[in-house]
Every structure is written in structure tokens, then in C-alpha cells.
Design a protein around this ligand. Sequence first.
Ligand code: CO
Length: 215
Amino acid sequence: MDVHKRLILQNKAWAEEQQEKNPELFKELASGQHPKFLWIGCSDSRVPVNEITDTHSGDIFVHRNIANMVVHTDLNLLSVLQYAVQVLKVEHIIVCGHYGCGGVKAAFEHNNLGLLNKWLRNIKDVYRLHQSEIEEIKDEDARINKFIELNVEEQALNLAKTSIVQQAWADGQKLLLHGWVFDISTGLVHDRKLIDNGDDLDPIYKYDIDSGVQY
Ligand code: CO
């Protein structure tokens, strides 16, 4: 059997099983979503958010890209962010990277990868920001792990630099930004960073926000 047909069959079995466990489930899900979390994760197939956090449909609004980047010109990410914050009113945004991230490793190297160069450039910029801290680590795996940790911390900061997040804070909306790293070899998440206001943000990134006006 073609592998894609197997997915359809597995979906049918799953839907029947869910229906048996909770006959109201799909009716409830179809009526709307009220997730408390926005997840910005890597596209890597080994980091499936609902599975690793033991959560369910409706719990987490999700955006994924290569190396879980928050790029301030990425209309896709920004649209997800705006909808999550202003409409769904999520209370937590989690940027979750993972050890062994191929995107971060590729940014560490010098291969010419065409279009991918443009995406990986954003990660190289994180390297340049923290170059001395990364390069003082002699072991190569440990050095890449450090780069991965610094990358999630930097992406959480990038969220704080957006007018969308600053607007939510100005309006008194509860909104916590988290930087996590998932360890594929243990299945465990490491909590690296928490930002609950813009106090530590470099002033150059702060906007004059009028409370109640959303963009
Ligand atoms: Co990755």
C-alpha cells in the first residue's frame, strides 16, 4: 500500500477512536478554538508539539519554520502572531528550538544552498551577535548546542521587538514569551528564557504605543 494511503486509513481509525472516547469532541472543536499558547517551532519531524507536550487539538496555535525563527519581515509569522495575540489572545508564546537542529547546523557551515542561504542568513546574524561566547567552547557538539540555545533566546527577544507584542503589553494583556530547547535524545524540554515585559529591551526597539490602537 502507498504510504500516503496508509495515512488516510490511520486518520479514519483515529477519528472513530476519538468519537468513541468522546462523542462530543468534534462538535466542540468545530465550534471554535481558544488556545492559550502560540508555538513557534522548527519544522523538524521529530518535534511534534502536541505529542511532546501531551496536549490535544485546540490547545496550541502553531507556526513552524526552519530553525524556529522570528524574522521581522516574515509576513507569514507576523500574521500568525497578530492573529494569535489580538484575536485569540494567547497568554504564552513559546519559541521552541531543539538540539541537533539541521537549520542551525547549516547556518554554522559554508555550503551554498541557494534560496536557503537567505533564510539561514538570519541564523548567521545570531552567531555574529554571540560569536565570542560560542567560539570559546572547544567541543563542536557543545558549541552548536550553545548556538541553538542562544538562537531561541534571540528569537524570543525578536518577539518582544514587535509592535504586536508591545501593544499587548501596553494594553495590559497577559503575554509571556518563552525560549525553550527540546532535547530529542531525552524527550525533555529545557526552559532557557522568559520575558514578561519589555523592560530589558534595548530602547532602540521600543515603539511609542497608543493604548487600544492595534496594527
Ligand atoms: Co530544526
